[in-house]
Design a protein around this ligand. Sequence first.
Ligand SMILES: [Zn+2]
Length: 344
Amino acid sequence: MSLGDIIGQEKAVAMLLGILRRQRVASSYLFCGESGVGKKTAAINFAKAMNCLNTTVRSQESGETKNSKKEYSHLTPVPSPLTSSDACDACESCLKIEAGTHPDFLLVSPEERQIRIEEIRSVDEALSFKPFEGRKKIVVVDDAEAMNISAANAFLKTLEEPPEDSVIILVSSKPDLLPATIRSRCSRINFVPLTADSSMKVIGRTIEGQEALELVARLSMGRPGYALSSDLSEERSWFLDLLKGMLGAEKDGWTSRDDMERWFDQGLIFFRDIAVLAITGDPARLINIDLRNYMAGFSKSLDIKGIIYIHQELSRLRRLLLFNLNKSITWNYTASLLRKELAG
Ligand SMILES: [Zn+2]
């Protein structure tokens, strides 16, 4: 794919294409927005466009067409006419970046939830050479907020003195967790949650059946990448099983902090729906539209105040998960909160 194929991020894509067209690529960017809305996809395709062998960009000063195909014409067959600053998605460079094998492209992601200083050193090393094949050396740091303090300090030095012909793209769904000194060095590009229609277009590439498609699009809440990365109906069954266990006074059913985060994410959607049903009585507004009867049972045994209180508490706990809450204490606390409210 190319930048132009990204669905539902018209503003961000237009900015990136404008940057490419004007040849005003900065040395560092911060792509922000909720997870699953297409930030990483955009970063990879921005990288492809920067090094594409088939882009044609018009130089503003001379009005001449600078065509990158000439120097590389021995490497690749060239389609014509060439009028775009976007990636062609067909040349050797585009294919290598897509496959993660381009020598001038590096994608860094957290391991065990952290980006450590060793990884930042490998970024520095990669950037210390001139581009081998492409016009730019590009590093994409996914989930950049996962840098620990020593990694962030080391990274700041790189951002302060960016090597020539290098572009660093930080991708983050929680940019506020990045040090302000890092944020201020980067040009920020914002990504928004997708509309239901755009989400369906993205998800529709992989899911068959209109009803299933609509349900998954609703459950993904404008973050189709999230829907594509996990089976959302399975995720919801898992949530409901644990919820039943919790209400039935069973022991802690989470195995990791990741489980806790996933469970609270689902819980917030679930109780949001129960609140919507209690307030509007309109099942068409539900995200979990297929669970309307089950939800109606819940909303009968709770008053609005109780539902809102549960939602507030779940969202408070979800935020506190950042601070390593104890698993079984959190489970017991949540269980007693729910049981108390449900008992009226
Ligand atoms: Zn290309």
